[in-house]
Write a protein that binds this ligand. Structure first.
Ligand SMILES: [Zn+2]
Ligand SMILES: [Zn+2]
Length: 395
């Protein structure tokens, strides 16, 4: 067995022919470029691309395979240059009966072993989604029904960024995921935390104790790949091995979660949409203390405070460690040119963030910038919480 890094939530901006897939994502974010970026700059061995149910992306994948740059593995997944395993995924928005009788929507990332499986899934989902060519379009299904369709095509379902306002199970559908999945709740074996939460926050909710936590980037551009990721112990890289790791089967497991300090996330605290301020009160409020407006976007921290059923965060003993990491792009004073210089010298961002000594970094970028990177690597910096779609900031 050996250790690998996996990021299971990366979007596609455009197809290679320029067709829009996710409008808000970068143009350069296409299937082939993601594979290359993971191999050459990021040092990621497993990447889940979650816009692969779009027929335009399926065309790209078929071409990619025909060129001989990659091939499908017997145990599922596509292997690129024998170094990166790509998992074929689809992010699906479900419709739930929300809290307070309102309509709720939740995101789910679903992965399939083979191209033929995701093709069949795409075909069936086109009856539940208006425009199957675009990323994460709303379906008319509940998670309760979706999980059966996913399993019909040999896939797995992971509730995505589960606390995010507007688009997640806890964010705007329910206080307990079990109320949605009912007797199928045990089929959900992993849950994605999202950028604005971490293990300690999520372990305030007892129904999550038996679920594996995954930390993924939700990248909308190439540089953002692996801003959150998982270290896994596996025998090999393939769909089958990743599923085993997520289930904790046969000694495979998630060893460590690497994620942002949740304060850096876009939705950590409640945000007043009227006076545009992050509401940093000790307890959650639904009215802005600055201007009195009730037009607020609830924060992940605040939502967890409201729905938690454990007085303190106590993780089950097999819970992997959660390590805060500050991607280079977040470090003040570290621009694109500096990042390129570092990558040209040291290969991948993973090396720079986790393996190199400060002296090595200093030799390339000088002591001023090296000090800043070191402060970020050791958590020795002041973080101002994000909210309402604005990232937190490092002072
Ligand atoms: Zn999403
Ligand atoms: Zn306000």
């Amino acid at each position: 067995m050996y250790e690998i890094f996996a990021d299971l939530h990366v979007h596609i901006g455009r197809s290679e022919s320029g067709k829009p897939i996710k409008i808000t994502a970068a143009r350069s974010l296409n299937f082939a470029n993601i594979a290359k970026e993971c191999e050459s700059r990021k040092g990621i061995q497993v990447v889940g691309i979650i816009d692969c149910a779009s027929p335009y992306v399926i065309e790209d994948i078929e071409k990619f395979l025909q060129k001989g740059e990659a091939y499908e593995l017997k145990d599922g997944g596509i292997i690129y240059k024998d170094k990166v395993c790509i998992l074929l995924g689809s992010e699906v928005e479900t419709s739930e009966k929300g809290r307070n009788g309102k309509c709720g929507s939740a995101h789910n990332v679903c992965f399939f072993p083979y191209l033929k499986d995701i093709k069949s899934f795409s075909e069936e989902m086109s009856r539940h989604i208006k425009n199957i060519t675009l990323s994460t379009q709303r379906s008319d299904l509940s998670g309760y029904d979706l999980i059966d369709i996913v399993e019909k095509y040999n896939g797995i379902l992971i509730p995505a960024h589960v606390f995010t306002p507007y688009k997640s199970y806890y964010g705007n559908c329910t206080d307990r995921m079990k109320d949605i999945f009912k007797e199928k709740y045990d089929k959900v074996f992993a849950v994605e935390l999202g950028l604005s939460s971490d293990t300690y926050l999520a372990d305030m909710i007892s129904e999550l104790e038996n679920k594996t936590f995954v930390t993924n980037s939700d990248a909308h551009s190439l540089p953002k790949i692996a801003r959150e990721y998982n270290k896994m112990l596996v025998e090999d890289i393939s769909f089958k091995e990743v599923v085993k790791a997520l289930k904790g089967e046969d000694g495979r497991k998630v060893l460590t979660n690497y994620g942002l300090d949740p304060k850096l996330g876009k939705y950590h605290r409640t945000y007043c949409d009227n006076c545009n301020s992050v509401i940093d009160t000790k307890n959650p409020v639904s009215v802005c203390p600055n201007c009195g407006s009730d037009k607020v976007t609830f924060g992940v921290f605040d939502r967890i405070e409201l729905i938690k059923d454990k007085p303190n965060s106590k993780s089950p003993k097999n819970r992997p460690k959660y390590i805060y990491q500050v991607p280079l792009g977040f470090v003040p004073g570290v621009g694109g040119k500096t990042i390129d210089k570092l990558l040209n010298t040291f290969g991948t961002e993973m090396n720079i963030l986790h393996l190199l000594s400060k002296d090595d970094i200093e030799a390339v970028v000088g002591s001023k910038v090296a000090d800043k990177i070191e402060d970020a690597r050791t958590g020795n910096c002041v973080v101002h919480a994000g909210g309402g779609g604005n990232y937190g900031k490092i002072e």
